[in-house]
Design a protein around this ligand. Sequence first.
Ligand code: GLU
Length: 468
Amino acid sequence: MTVRTRFAPSPTGYLHVGGARTALYAWAYARHLGGKFILRIEDTDLERSTDASVQAILDGMNWLGLDWDEGPFFQMQRLARYREIAERLIEQGHAYWCYASRDELEVMREAQRARGEKPRYDGRWRPENARHLGLVAPKDRPGVLRFRNPDDGDVAWNDTVKGPISIANRELDDLVILRADGVPTYNFGVVVDDLDMGITDVIRGDDHVNNTPRQINIFRAIGADLPRFGHVPMILGSDGERLSKRHGAVSVMQYPEEGFLPEALLNYLARLGWSHGNDEVFSLAQFVEWFDLAHVSRSPAQFNTEKLAWLNQHYMKAASLSRLAQGVVSCLAGQGVVVADNAPLEAIVALLRERASTVVELAQAARLFVVPAEPDAALLALHITDESRPALAALLDALTGIADADWAAPRIGEQFAAVLKAHGLKMPRLAIPARVAIFGTTQTPAIDQALALAGRDRVLSQLARYAR
Ligand code: GLU
């Protein structure tokens, strides 16, 4: 049988990196086995399921390159189908309408707590109990549909990540499966969907491990075969708490904004909670070839921003100059800086990328060459002095002697060295004033390369302004 996996996010406004990792594993599992990967949007929370928050999920998936074979399916478009299965469950005695009001249920729970019991629905609207208690369905309000959970026995499954798990049915109460408005609750919608979509392997976060026995009971009541279930441990922040906004970027689409490459985030997420020997750096294709559930870790993984930055730096070194240059252009565009068509951006990027771990850092460094700044008064006062001015003038003369066609780091370096020697200066005594004059800052890459990239015109005109 062909393997079919799915990713079934509930829109929250963004694609969480934890969700993205679950999606990546489900996707890789299907791809590894030549199966299908299905995308389903669990949009029953109408307040959160806006077009924008659905789009945020699609954007995240697309940016990562996690393609799906079927879907996206939307639960809100499948209400009739949930209703149909619900009717069948009612007919077969697996579900019943419950009319207990919120207040009534609160009183019930209070009493249970007072008796030292765990609060749970007491089954008062199970047909035989309702009859016994003389309960009559009110005419003025609809009920909710509850699943009649088996009273005895255990629910057991062999989790494809965590191994055997078993839960006693007496721990489970009769769950609401259809709300009064006809919208299914999570555990019911997910079962009907996984069934209809022919899912063979449910791979999801282990925050759902407690839902699985309920879902298994519903599958059984419907008379359907069970998929395999695998629960992937959570991602934690550096403090051991569940990864959340206060640990940094949790939204996938924040990563391109911060200058990360998708292959870096994919590699990072792939390795976070799964391992293949000591391999740390691998492509997505390699991951698909290696991926298995047996090597998914059973314990939570800690998100490590430095390691991600390290991987990003690695992939930036491997990326083509034109791609990085494009990244720089759009990053600068976001800052309102338009890069001229003739800017030697690829050469700039080649010089700077070794020292940048994100495209944003790279753009920050490149900005110097794209829109050179004028030095401010404080820098001028500090560095353009009676001592440096004559040396800058000598530098101007020396560099003027280089023809435009020969304007390159080695020739510039030679002239620079000659001026240092003639004026008895150490490198920084000239390089720093020159940087201030030409770039408006004391920090640039190696001076010969920086001047080469800045271009002859800019260098000579700026030196002329400040040398005399
Ligand atoms: N909508 C659920 C979530 O986002 C999906 C859980 C599942 O995969 O069954 O957590």
